[in-house]
Design a protein around this ligand. Structure first.
Ligand code: PGA
Length: 265
């Protein structure tokens, strides 16, 4: 085991799918199906749309951690359409996802705005899940490693070593995400995860060892096992393949024994 992460991190971002009622049913189903799995060996999280958050935090209970898909960095102000850290805290949110590639691609999220959100999130005590990933073009140009290093370094600029305890990172190559995505080969994902771990260790020193680094991008029943067996991959961040509670439960049960084997826990 190469990192100091002692739980399987596995979760899903529901993107702009599922209304309040569907999210409620999904979470209730998932909680019930996974009830027998000890949470001290698995951190299960779901990131629904904003409107579902108040009810989702109640459905998730202690067994499913609920996160928000985005957050603005100011506490309040003239920022029409934005959601502040205080508003998220008020509804019981403790986890925020920052810098998903769809936010970068469609909503002008930059490395610098990601950094502002990360700093605000950490300041307010949230666990902050930062998504990074190179585009297909960057990969073809041979600058994937440089791009990833840059994204991680800028995202965590100005943080302290103690912040590592509330930091998660997801490696999600842009070319691997969504219906047109091509899943990354497990070895390639592992290589980039090693790069991410190195940068995290530079930033957080020895505390970086405990930061979970998750892989995301077309994870499915066919490739999840190979991915989780990679020494540098601490968990999976899943989209489409996790949106039916039943299917997600099957996927979890497929990878959990392999994760135990790999880590010896
Ligand atoms: P996907 O989504 O698994 O449907 O490719 C992954 C993501 O966007 O996090």
């Amino acid at each position: 085991m190469s990192s100091g992460v002692n739980k399987l991190f596995i979760g899903t971002n529901l993107k702009m799918y599922k209304d309040i009622c569907q999210t409620t049913m999904y979470l209730q189903g998932l909680a019930e199906l996974t009830r027998d799995i000890a949470r001290d060996e698995m951190c299960l999280f779901v990131i629904p749309s904003f409107l579902s958050l108040p009810v989702a935090t109640q459905c998730g209970g202690d067994s499913i951690q609920i996160g928000a898909q985005n957050m603005f960095w100011e506490d309040s102000g003239q920022f029409t359409g934005e959601v502040s850290p205080l508003m998220l805290k008020e509804v019981g949110i403790r986890l925020i996802e920052i810098g998903h590639s769809e936010r970068r691609q469609h909503f002008g999220e930059t490395d610098l705005s990601v950094n502002k959100k990360v700093l605000a999130g950490l300041k307010h005590g949230f666990t902050t899940l930062v998504c990074v990933g190179e585009t297909g073009e960057e990969r073809e140009l041979g600058v994937a490693v440089e791009r990833i290093r840059q994204q991680v370094k800028i995202a965590f600029h100005g943080t302290s070593r103690e912040d590592a305890a509330r930091t998660w990172v997801a490696y999600e190559p842009v070319w691997a995400i969504g219906v047109n995505g091509i899943p990354a080969k497990a070895e390639y994902a592992n290589e980039i995860h090693r790069v991410i771990r190195d940068v995290i260790m530079e930033i957080f020193q020895e505390n970086g060892q405990k930061v979970p680094v998750l892989y995301g991008g077309s994870v499915n029943m066919g490739n999840a096992e190979e991915l989780i067996c990679q020494p540098e991959i601490d968990g999976l961040f899943i989209g489409r393949a996790a949106w039916e509670a039943d299917e997600f439960n099957k996927l979890i049960r497929k990878v959990l024994p392999l994760w135990r084997q790999k880590t010896g826990l």
